[in-house]
Design a protein around this ligand. Structure first.
Ligand SMILES: *Cc1c(COP(=O)(O)O)cnc(C)c1O
Length: 476
């Protein structure tokens, strides 16, 4: 493809994407295809001869689009959002265009220095602890996902606990990690990957609000210490995936200091709320955290993937993950004057992700971002009021952030049927969780284009469908 052909096709592609966003509400939000429906339309062999962009795009429309679940639809309320915005798409496109691989400062100084600056900006914008800044003991790095951030935190915690010997000896004897029953599954996965084994992962009980019980945590640590084990890591969550519960970070942090455990705080979704000063009380105690992660790719209008990960002590992370083979040696690295982000995460190579985040921060400005986050929180309040206005439905709690957990009073089977029936209409997409053996419907309200009218339509659809479904003989 020549630059001129790229110019022509590129403009068409931008038009295609702009049209898509203009028409996005016409598609069924949840893809309606069956397993295999897409693959059976794709040839078994890759093409021998090159094909034209117009043929390829025709197949996008014909084959691919029916198999798309429209994450960017304003009627997408499932899981947690992975929201996006036009400035972010443009930043991502520029990153593709530059095709930079930023493993070392020397492999593109701007890729490293912009990332460091943007991560430092966010510390101020979100009221995070000063020592997370690169100019202080800590520093931030963009990871692909919160899962990778958690794994990096687990590894650094292991090294610190073993005086930076475990990576050499492979000895993890006695190490024990602590999460709650509500912690994201990526922590359990991280423990598996690091070779610790899930037998050495303690799932601490939660209180009636689904937050980790710090008394139970301390009891378990004391018991493990008495048994000769080595407690080394706790993950606290601000905004759990199931119900947006907030663990008591300060109390957990104090326990971690007392027994010398690494505290990782996971705020993958709710982290964006820290932009609003009146929401910062949920983040109280964060200065006791050794590491912290949140996902701009969930609720900060930045295309997947983008996770912001900070550590209080960058030396601990770097000592854990640093490696310097001959072929990567260079003067800037040897002088120690620069950051080489390949030492801050699992993989070596890295995309220029800070571009899209920079575009988002500059396009919206802090004021614009605060406005949109607050709007989602206000819309959440509106939806809560709708649920409360009905005698047939109940709320789990007053949501701290932008996730509403609610259910029809007719029991588990009824709620599941209600959700499945509505999702099959394609008019909206929402999902569920199970808490205390009860089936709860979840509405996550954080899509960039969601407005009050979408929530009103959603509520009308939910209540109408609930009236047409047969009630079960006995409530459960
Ligand atoms: C979504 C989520 C994660 C995992 O996010 P990835 O970035 O996809 O790994 C981790 N923790 C919490 C609390 C989440 O909500």
């Amino acid at each position: 493809m020549t630059p001129d052909e790229f110019r022509e096709n590129g403009k068409k592609m931008i038009d295609w994407i702009a049209d898509y966003y203009e028409q996005i509400e016409k598609y069924p939000v949840l893809s309606q295809v069956q397993p295999g429906d897409i693959s059976c339309q794709l040839p078994e062999q890759a093409p021998e001869q090159g094909e034209s962009m117009s043929d390829i795009m025709a197949d996008v429309d014909r084959i691919i689009m029916p198999g798309i679940t429209h994450w960017q639809s304003p009627n997408f309320f499932a899981y947690f959002q992975s929201n996006s915005s036009f400035p972010s798409i443009l930043g991502d496109l520029l990153s593709s265009g530059l095709g930079v691989q930023g493993m070392l400062w020397a492999t593109s100084p701007a890729c490293t220095e912009l990332e460091t600056r943007v991560m430092d900006w966010l510390v101020d914008l979100m009221g995070l602890p000063e020592h997370f800044k690169s100019t202080d003991s800590g520093g931030g790095v963009i990871q692909d996902t919160a899962s990778s951030a958690a794994l990096a935190a687990l590894l650094a915690a292991r090294e610190r606990k073993t005086n930076y010997r475990s990576h050499q000896t492979g000895d993890t004897a006695g190490l024990v990690a602590y999460i709650s029953t509500q912690t994201h599954s990526s922590l359990e996965k991280g423990v598996k990957i690091m070779g610790l084994g899930t037998d050495r992962l303690r799932k601490i009980a939660v209180d009636p609000r689904f937050a980790m019980d710090p008394l139970e945590l301390e009891k378990q640590i004391v018991q493990d210490l008495a048994a000769g084990m080595k407690p080394f890591f706790v993950c606290a969550t601000i905004g759990t995936t199931s119900s947006n519960a907030v663990d008591p970070v300060r109390r957990i942090g104090e326990i971690c200091q007392k027994y010398d455990l690494w505290l990782h705080v996971d705020a993958a979704m709710a982290g964006s709320a820290a932009l609003l000063p009146d929401y910062r009380h949920y983040f109280d105690g964060l200065e006791l955290a050794d590491s912290y992660a949140f996902n701009p790719h969930k609720w900060l209008f930045t295309n997947f993937d983008c996770d912001c990960f900070w550590v209080a002590d960058k030396a601990a992370l770097i000592k854990t993950l640093s490696i310097l083979p001959e072929y990567l040696k260079n003067e800037a690295t040897e002088q120690g004057a620069v950051i080489d982000y390949r030492d801050w995460h699992i993989q070596l190579g890295r995309r220029f992700r800070s571009l899209k985040l920079w575009f988002v921060l500059r396009h919206f400005g802090a004021e614009g971002l605060r406005h949109h986050i607050r709007q989602h929180l206000e819309l959440t309040g509106e939806f809560v009021a709708m649920v409360q206005s009905s005698d047939d439905f109940e709320l789990l709690n007053q949501p701290p952030f932008n996730l509403v957990c609610f259910r029809h009073k007719a029991g588990n089977t009824f709620n599941k049927q209600l959700m499945d029936t509505i999702n099959r209409t394609g008019r909206l997409f929402f999902t569920h969780t199970v808490l205390n053996e009860q089936f709860w419907l979840r509405m996550s309200i954080g899509q960039t284009q969601t407005e009050l009218r979408h929530l009103k339509d959603a509520w009308q659809l939910i209540t109408q469908q609930a009236k047409t479904l047969p009630l079960p003989p006995e409530n459960n």
